[in-house]
Design a binder for this molecule. Structure first.
Ligand code: NI
Length: 262
């Protein structure tokens, strides 16, 4: 069998272009991405404070910007019930492509591990009920996240471990659970061992992202990241896998389409 049609556009599976960092030039940034072939931008949610901006951007570019709903782990504190209520209130009202970004983050603070876990599990369960993919944020909390997911009654998972920067062993655990691996600007950093990871895992499991405005790829480190820079990640991935950028765009877009209904 020969595959005749290649995917010739890029799906950036993780951008926060609704962030305040883009308040001055958001339209330019979105249009710049689209004009370079990065025509589908997936928008993971953070919390109730950024939600309006995210949905209004998605409303303005319905063909290009696709919102999610979720509570970021660093937005979980002693008032987490307020955020959960807001999440459950929005859920039936919004058209979303996934639940995210959700997960565990113990980098800044371990105080709310229990609360983070509760909020995470509840949102994963909602995603499973609604057959939506999840976008998972894990920082200094791989084992805790793995345990939380493995403890769930349904082991039917679909989605992305976003901005993956773990080991090969961790990558295979993620894949075994049914998830894809989100690769972003970290791949372009000299200090990263991510090239060894992407060489080891199946191509079918890799998707592209930027996580803008953060984690800006080389050669723009230190500047604001933006959705179009996902092409720099695609170029680096092509170099690491010793294939063409067109091939990388084709298979990563195909992989993203196997996760999300866009
Ligand atoms: Ni993010």
């Amino acid at each position: 069998m020969t595959k005749t049609k290649m995917n010739n556009y890029v799906i950036n599976t993780h951008c926060h272009v609704y962030d305040e960092a883009f308040d001055e030039d958001r339209d330019d940034v979105v249009k710049r991405a689209i004009s370079q072939g990065v025509t589908k931008l997936l928008l993971p949610d953070i919390d109730s404070s950024s939600r309006e901006r995210m949905f209004s951007l998605a409303g303005k570019y319905p063909e290009n910007c696709f919102p999610m709903l979720g509570i970021h782990p660093t937005s979980v504190n002693e008032n987490f019930q307020v955020e959960l209520n807001a999440f459950f209130e929005e859920l039936p009202k919004r058209e979303i492509v996934g639940i995210g970004e959700i997960g565990l983050d113990l980098y800044w603070d371990k105080t709310f591990l229990e609360e983070q876990t509760e909020v995470f599990i509840k949102q994963v369960a909602v995603a499973q009920e609604r057959k939506l993919p999840i976008v998972t944020h894990v920082r200094k909390a791989f084992n805790e996240t793995y345990r939380a997911l493995r403890s769930m009654p349904s082991q039917d998972f679909k989605g992305i471990f976003h901005c993956f920067s773990g080991s090969k062993e961790e990558a295979f655990k993620v894949i075994d659970m049914g998830f894809h691996i989100g690769i972003g600007g970290v791949l372009t950093f000299k200090t990263s061992h991510l090239d060894e990871v992407v060489k080891a895992i199946p191509r079918e499991k890799i998707v592209l992202e930027t996580d803008d405005p953060y984690l800006t790829p080389v050669p723009h480190r230190g500047e604001r990241n933006e959705p179009a820079y996902v092409l720099l990640v695609a170029e680096k991935l092509a170099f690491v896998l010793n294939c063409s950028v067109e091939e990388v765009i084709d298979f990563t877009t195909g992989n993203a389409l196997s996760i999300f209904s866009l």
